[in-house]
Design a protein around this ligand. Sequence first.
Ligand code: UD1
Length: 422
Amino acid sequence: MDSIVVQGGTPLRGQIPIAGAKNACLTLMPATLLSDEPLTLTNAPRLSDIGTMKLLLESLGAEVSALSDGKVLAMSSHGLTSTRADYDIVRKMRASNLVLGPLLAREHQAIVSLPGGCAIGARPMDIHIDALTAMGAEIDLRDGYLHAVARGGLKGARIALRFASVGATENTLMAATLAKGTTIIDNAAREPEIVDLARCLRAMGAQIEGEGTPSIIIQGVDRLHGATHAVVTDRIELGTYMLAPVIAGGEVECLGGRLDLVAAFAERLHAAGIEVTETAKGLKVRRNGERPRAVDVITEPFPGFPTDLQAQMMAMLCTAEGASVLEERIFENRFMHAPELGRMGARIDVQGGVARVTGVDRLRGAPVMATDLRASVSLILAGLAAEGETIVNRVYHLDRGYEQVEQKLSAVGARINRVKGI
Ligand code: UD1
């Protein structure tokens, strides 16, 4: 397994290009299942999760070609051969469940494995199941698989999600495009990735209004056609690299960055005393010498502070002036990076979903273990500020969601490299 080695203490200066959004691309790719005409995505990120979704779609009989060095995905689902998403692929990535809505809509049936590590029964997909059931699907859980059938096709319905789940909103939105009649999704998630999905579906001929608000209205159509769509900028990669100069010092311009994608996050940086400015090409972040101030953070659905930036923000707050409180409200167990940061000298006290971080003058490099995708990048960020060498082990998590992290950070002056493992 590869490791990343970081020598801390160098201020950063320069530009970092931000890729297309992983989470948008992972929901745009299954949208190909809704049509027998080609769907082409441009600005796709080059990540192992995208490769996993490609394998899943191919296992269903779709054709997926990665062109232009992987930045363009040309897909076609004219000859689907299967409606079964196998455990072997789904266990690698929860987002595999996003084939459920499209398969039900187009093929009127789907068998989709539940992702691994689930609580007893169907709880982690209960919101998806309730929504699709309201549209006339019959869904049973057997042998770890959801068996879903929509006899005579899905029907439009008014659906209030119990929680604004991103995945459930995406599955329901895709399913509703080909349902008979009108679907209204209340308490819909408002994330930019959902807006991007709605734009792509509209380019394919879907009738959708209200994306980005809590009520999405979809008028079902008989068929969708082909389209070409550019994937929206990755706001999580953007926020991650915005934090790099805050932690290491210096000034970095994130190319393609947009303030509307990271408004709640940028507001917290501002409160911490960090300058964020919009430029013609993106967003520029500068730390002028002083340590950032401690700030409190609560993760919430969009437009609130994203849970996917919580670990990176914690890495920054470890060296801030004063004590901060971070409250994680989306996922129950998302502070696995805290003990690893502790190995680098951070002072973090975790009680349930609340972490208290007392800023220290300086972190010290150490060997640490990446436990998940965002945790791994938070350890790299911490390494940029630490004295000496930080070795981040198990970086396969990182490759799921960050393309060319070493190249992007070394281009702005960081001393970082990858050590190939067995
Ligand atoms: C998506 C993102 C992920 C991000 C998360 C929250 C993708 C591929 N992944 O994940 O990076 O961290 O949004 O912004 O886009 N839940 C249920 N029942 C359900 C569905 C969800 O209880 O049927 C719970 C989950 O266990 C979790 C919370 O709701 O605690 C949020 O989940 P959700 O918004 O669905 O996240 P994902 O779509 O899985």
